[in-house]
Design a protein around this ligand. Structure first.
Ligand SMILES: Nc1ncnc2c1ncn2[C@@H]1O[C@H](COP(=O)(O)OP(=O)(O)OP(=O)(O)O)[C@@H](O)[C@H]1O
Length: 881
């Protein structure tokens, strides 16, 4: 609360439109206009010693009513040195057209800042200030002029001197008025105390604060009109002020009392309406007992109207109408009434006639759209364009279902939505993941209790047009069980579908689809996708722009190498989003806060504190007056954007998740080999661990494995056992591991399920490594199937597997010889970093997989040397031995 203050002779003036700040009041304002921002910047923010500013009420010309003395000024910012004289009565110096004129009150209140914070709005970079001000004392304006783009005023303080105050306090009228005011104020406090359980500290005020100040404080704490606020401000004479305040406090008190009465009355009425509700419920029950179904009849009539206007085709209408007639004859309590009704409601809700208007298909525009949404994928885009071309020539052709197959995050869904956009149709995605019941897609039979429409119908209802592009997401994830085969329901419709793998899609469904494979991306492709598509999109989604955040290519590469190891770009996008979120926080952190030396607590009055604490504080935007905003529009821009560096990567994304040393660490002990496999996540590097223990020669397998891989493991073990002699020769200490031992093979690949034959050579290599006790090369991964005779057979998904090897930093890949032709699909940038070794027989694989070549060939080399040694010995004439 304000102690007596010395005012300077000139104050910078912040105009308040239609609002008055009274002495003792506290107000929080947000300055956004260039004038007020400049004023706060220069008068408060940049000053060491925060000064005072003047708050002057103003009002627009349109609002003019007879009021106290005013000053008028044309809002002409060009007139930088304009001076406005203050007159004695109502002064309107209308120098410009009426619209531009604002009227300044000639009396204001000096205020001091209690709290000051600076903010930068994104994405414009506009600076704003939030200031908490405390009104101190009244002043009158002698002369108003401008300083730059804001106003200043020569002022005279209207604060009473100590002697004047002492004199007033002796005045019997003043004493009487004081008593009256205090009594009313006390009454108000008691009422508030009851209502809000506060006020204890307010009572203390009554005894400690001079009563003429209390008058302002009390009036400032509740809502009164602008006119009343002005008249309170104009009450320089303490007696006038006290009598006005008493009147206003009393009125406020009465209004609280009236409000309370109304609340009580409303509460009474509420219980009455509850009573009514109960009675109505009872009445309804009685009516139902009597079979008096007026309400239901009304409802059914409404349903019929809805059905009529739904535009159903004739055949559907016939069926629906028959159903409605049946429904009308039923009693609501009858079984089947509800399901029949829900069914008809659904029929009436479906978008039978509502279609998004198909735009004339422009293939060039479609190509442009696909190109602008997706980087690369040339063949895929080409196939889509062909598909669209056929649609254009024969719009009613039941074309094939396009099925995009590929690992997660390679753009399957977004390609489908680009197709919809190119056709000008709405897009709806229906997830089929986990659907086991055919009825989930097709819908239940209506006679089934709790029957529901299927996901397709649901999708149609959701999208509300009858010709959307429907994306059947994850067709490979539908299961089939005794309740039917969900895939068979899909045969009836034409859509775009996606799947991660082809294998689980039932052949009849696959037959109707045209499969377009989307392999994973190379690191270079990921970099392009990130720079051209993901970063701009992520920045936009977070309300940022490159003015705020820049992610250099080098850093994107690090994110790709160290934080992701996926075939697609989904995690890359997530990591970029994490950086954008962190940047958004930093941008907001630039909003600096200056807590001024004198804390607010000691200064505010409990009454005003209450208002702030209860969130009812006044938050007003200070109006721009006399300002041409272009003057300073670009003054406050973010100095420099935040540029992501390695330190920020670590801070936001954590320590690197992948470091390229994994393979070396895993194969440190004999019995582990590095394979390339194909999973639902695309090509993957998978480690196979083999170990042996005392047992009956059994094979144990663990990991998420399908039947085919179990068979591969059996073949591998048989093959290795058949070469037991060679291995025995090769093994140093473990050569008898094969006999009386159980073998345990583990695929430690977490939750990635693995089936298919391509781990055959990897399994053999792990076993040979175990039995020969030799480590495999950590820089080499292999793929391929084998027969019992050790013939290495080709495998599928070569491109994806080689991309995976590249992601893991593998340098050599052993590949079945007959897969050589598949290498044409592999980007040359990847091949340039890899040594491809071809293998025809299992021995070729082993030759490449171990450092010194196939372990038993090494062994036979050693034996040969020993034999030679003996021969030499013989030669030297030790025949006698
Ligand atoms: N070639 C590309 N160019 C631009 N953006 C791409 C490209 N490939 C993928 N994206 C973006 O990567 C994100 C993931 O793609 P999308 O959701 O289409 O993957 P998906 O293949 O459908 O994955 P899922 O199998 O998990 O459904 C999207 O934001 C998509 O726009």
């Amino acid at each position: 609360m304000a102690e007596s203050v010395e005012l300077p002779s000139r104050l910078a003036i912040l105009p308040f439109r239609n609002k008055v700040l009274l002495p003792g009041a506290i107000i929080r304002i947000r300055c956004t206009s260039p004038t007020s921002v400049k004023l706060v910047e220069q008068e408060l923010w940049q000053r060491e010693e925060k000064g005072l500013i003047g708050i002057l009420p103003v009002r627009d010309a349109a609002e003019i009513k007879p009021m106290g003395p005013t000053i008028s000024e044309a809002t002409d910012s060009a007139n930088q040195s304009s001076k406005v004289q203050v007159g004695s009565d109502s002064h309107k110096l209308d120098t410009k057209k009426q619209n531009d004129v604002v009227h300044w009150h000639n009396m204001g209140v000096a205020a001091r800042p209690l709290h000051l914070s600076r903010g930068v709005e994104k994405p414009s970079g506009r600076v704003t200030y939030t200031v908490v001000l405390e009104g101190l004392c009244r002043f009158s304006v002698q002369e108003l002029s401008t300083r730059g783009i804001y106003h200043t005023a020569r002022i005279t303080s209207l604060e009473m001197t100590k002697t004047e105050l002492e004199q007033v306090e002796q005045d019997p009228d003043f004493i009487m008025l004081s008593r009256q005011f205090k009594a009313t104020a006390m009454e108000l406090i008691s009422v508030l105390e009851l209502k809000q359980k506060t006020g204890g500290r307010t009572k203390v005020l009554l005894d400690n604060v001079p009563v003429h100040k209390l008058a302002d404080i009390f009036v400032a704490s509740f809502e009164i009109s602008f006119e009343e606020q002005l008249s309170m401000l104009d009450s320089v004479d303490p007696k006038v002020r006290l009598s006005k305040a008493t009147e206003l406090v009393d009125r406020h008190l009465q209004s609280i009392r009236v409000a309370e009465k109304i609340t009580q009355k409303v509460e009474g009425q509420l219980s009455k309406s509850q009573k009514e509700f109960l009675l109505r419920q009872q009445m309804r029950a009685i009516k139902e007992e009597l079979g008096d179904n007026d309400d239901d009849e009304d409802d059914l009539a409404a349903l019929e109207r809805k059905m009529q206007s739904a535009g159903m085709p004739q055949s559907v209408w016939k069926h629906a109408h028959r159903e409605l007639r049946r429904l009308k004859k039923m009693q609501p309590q009858q079984p089947g009434y509800n399901s029949s009704r829900v069914y008809l409601e659904l029929l009436a809700d479906l978008p039978w006639q509502k279609a998004s208007e198909e735009i004339e298909l422009d293939l060039r525009a479609a190509q442009k759209r696909l190109d602008s949404d997706h980087y690369g994928l040339v063949k895929v885009k080409q196939r889509i364009i062909e598909y669209l071309a056929v649609r254009k020539l024969k719009p009613d052709a039941r074309g094939p279902v396009l099925c995009f197959v590929g690992p997660p995050g390679v753009g399957k869904t977004s390609l489908a939505s680009s197709i919809a956009a190119a056709l000008g149709r709405k897009f709806v995605r229906i997830s089929l993941g986990g659907v086991k019941d055919e009825a989930d897609i097709r819908g239940h039979r209506r006679t089934y209790v709790g029957s529901m429409p299927g996901r397709l119908i649901d999708g149609l209802k959701r999208v509300a047009v009858c010709n959307p592009v429907m994306l059947l997401d994850e067709v490979d994830k539908t299961g089939s069980d005794i309740r039917g085969d969900p895939a068979s329901a899909l045969l009836e419709v034409v859509f775009v579908a996606t799947a991660n793998r082809l294998q689980p899609i039932p052949p009849p469904l696959l037959d109707r689809m045209e499969v377009i494979e989307l392999p994973g991306y190379t690191p270079e492709e990921k970099l392009h996708i990130a720079v051209q598509h993901l970063i701009p999109r992520v920045l936009d989604q977070h309300g940022l722009s490159s003015e705020f955040l820049q992610i250099p290519e080098e850093m994107v590469k690090l994110v790709i190498q160290r934080y992701t190891r996926e075939a697609g770009v989904r995690n890359l996008e997530r990591n970029l989003a994490a950086l954008a979120r962190a940047a958004a926080v930093r941008v907001l952190e630039q909003e600096q806060v200056v807590p001024l030396n004198k804390g607010m607590q000691g200064l505010t009055t409990p009454l005003v504190e209450n208002r702030l604490a209860e969130g009812t504080e006044i938050e007003m935007e200070v109006i721009p007056i006399g300002v041409n905003s272009s003057d300073i529009s670009n003054t406050f821009r973010i100095a420099s954007p935040l540029v992501v560096d390695e330190a920020m990567l670590e801070k936001v994304l954590g320590p690197p998740r992948f470091d390229g040393r994994e393979a070396a660490e895993r194969v440190a002990t004999p019995g582990v080999s590095v394979g390339l496999v194909w999973t639902a996540f695309g090509g993957e590097v998978q480690f196979v661990e083999a170990t042996a223990m005392v047992g009956k020669g059994e094979l144990h397998l663990t990991g998420q494995l399908g039947d085919v891989i179990k068979e591969s493991a059996q073949i591998a073990l048989t093959w290795v056992r058949a070469r037991a002699t060679d291995l025995r020769l090769a093994a140093t200490e473990g050569f008898n591991l094969l006999e009386g031992r159980d073998v345990h093979i583990h695929f430690p690949a977490g939750a990635v399920p693995k089936d298919g034959p391509s781990a055959g050579v990897t399994l053999v290599t792990a076993l040979v490594s175990l039995f020969s006790q030799q480590r495999v090369r950590s820089d080499t991964a292999m793929t391929g199937e084998m027969t019992l005779r050790g013939l290495v057979l080709p495998v599928g998904g070569v491109k994806d597997k080689i991309l995976a090897a590249h992601r893991y930093g593998i340098k050599r890949v052993i590949l079945p010889e007959r897969n050589l032709k598949d290498l044409v699909e592999v980007p040359s940038s990847v091949l340039a970093n890899l040594e491809i070794l071809l293998a025809k027989r299992m021995e070729d694989v082993l030759e490449h997989a171990f450092d010194g070549g196939c372990p038993w060939r090494q062994h036979s080399k050693q034996s040969f040397e020993i034999i030679l040694f003996f021969a030499t010995y013989d030669y030297n004439g030790v025949k006698s031995c």
